[in-house]
Ligand binder design. Structure first.
Ligand SMILES: Cc1ncc(COP(=O)(O)O)c(C=O)c1O
Length: 356
């Protein structure tokens, strides 16, 4: 898709960056100085602008609020030891945004609007990229329908927006997860493979129930048989059984995670056996009982690698090997961090440099 859309820039008068310690802020609550906003109307993208972050006037009839034509992405920028900023696998997030757009009957975002907008925004807000070892600037591109109309139909107008917030570590401790067999994140033929806002709204109630029982997250199972693991919360899930890295294969109920694909690439680089296929609850619990399950973890942009140290199912809690005994996931976590921080060669060309 081509576009030659101009991006207007209105800079903030005085940066807010010194008002907080960006190396120590709660996730997702503190926003960088600028945002990108572009409009889609009359069949074309227009009025692209980078402007000071802030509220916008909106109609309560806006269609995204009622019928959920709303999709988003999550990606991160990092600062290396020389103070240079790079974005991790931006092209993959761009492609996935447009995959979501197609599924949700929304207009695709032109590549130059996404990429040039992203780069200009990060140039302006580079001071917001944390320098700490675990810090990053979380980037949230999203697309919403904006027709002022109550009536279920494909909207004629949209807004594409990018906002950013400094981020540190997402989970401070390894997590315990509950196998969820009553509620489903995604169903066959649905929208689980894309980042539609409704996928997240529907997950909150079952997650709350699991948290009330003392778990941090759920592991979703398939809606047809409840026998196979799908994802954990908003992360892809992986297991090391024996010497093999195993993760559910992609389907229309599983998000094609950028972190998932990076972890698999590193495992393959290191000559590890990798299997992308259905992973049954039975197989995992048998491996726990036999002592062949070495590691379980979730992976995603926000959390990076979240170690799973306990799994609850049918009233029973299964303890997993302590993190100190795990070899693969700590190494993968460290390697990803080193690549992102520019301390290790970026063999896969995952980092896109933001010009100063
Ligand atoms: C449902 C779901 N699964 C998996 C992931 C991990 O994907 P990624 O590694 O691209 O962040 C996410 C987060 O984006 C998610 O929301």
């Amino acid at each position: 898709m081509t576009s030659t859309i101009d991006i207007q820039i209105e800079k903030i008068k005085k940066s807010r960056v010194s008002e907080q310690d960006i190396n120590d802020v709660p996730f997702g609550k503190c926003f960088a100085d600028h945002m990108l906003v572009a409009e889609y109307a009359d069949g074309k993208w227009q009025n692209a602008k980078i402007m000071p972050y802030g509220d916008v006037p909106m109609s309560y009839a806006m269609s995204a609020l009622h019928y959920g034509q709303a999709i988003f992405e999550g990606m991160k920028a990092y600062k290396n030891d020389k103070g240079e900023v790079s974005i991790f696998r931006a092209q993959d997030n761009f492609k996935r945004l447009n995959k979501s757009a197609v599924r949700m009957a929304m207009p695709e975002v032109p590549e130059d609007l996404f990429m040039n907008g992203l780069i200009e925004l990060l140039r302006l807000d580079s001071a917001w990229v944390p320098t700490s070892d675990l810090g990053s600037l979380y980037i949230r591109p999203f697309l919403i329908s904006t027709d002022e109309a109550i009536g279920v139909k494909i909207s004629d107008t949209y807004k594409f927006v990018i906002i950013c917030c400094p981020a540190g570590k997402y989970y401070s401790e390894p997590i315990k997860v509950l196998v969820e067999t009553n509620y489903y994140r995604a169903v066959r033929g649905g929208v689980g493979f894309v980042k539609a806002a409704g996928n997240y709204g529907r997950s909150l109630y079952p997650t709350k129930l699991a948290q009330q029982k003392g778990y941090q997250q759920v592991i979703w199972t398939d809606s047809e048989t409840q026998q196979y693991f799908e994802e954990s919360g908003t992360m892809n899930v992986m297991f090391v059984i024996g010497d093999t890295l195993i993760t559910p294969g992609l389907s229309d109920t599983i998000l094609d995670g950028v972190t998932r694909s990076s972890v698999l690439a590193l495992a393959r680089d290191w000559g590890m056996k990798v299997e992308e296929r259905k992973v049954s609850i039975k197989e995992v619990f048998e491996a726990i009982e036999k002592g062949t399950l070495k590691e379980a973890f979730g992976c995603g942009t926000a959390a990076t690698i979240a170690q799973i140290i306990g799994i609850g199912h049918n009233g029973k809690d299964y303890a997993l090997p302590p993190v100190s005994e795990r070899k693969f996931s700590p190494k993968v976590d460290e390697t990803l961090r080193a690549i992102r921080k520019g301390r290790l060669e970026d063999k896969h060309h995952w980092m896109m440099k933001v010009p100063a």
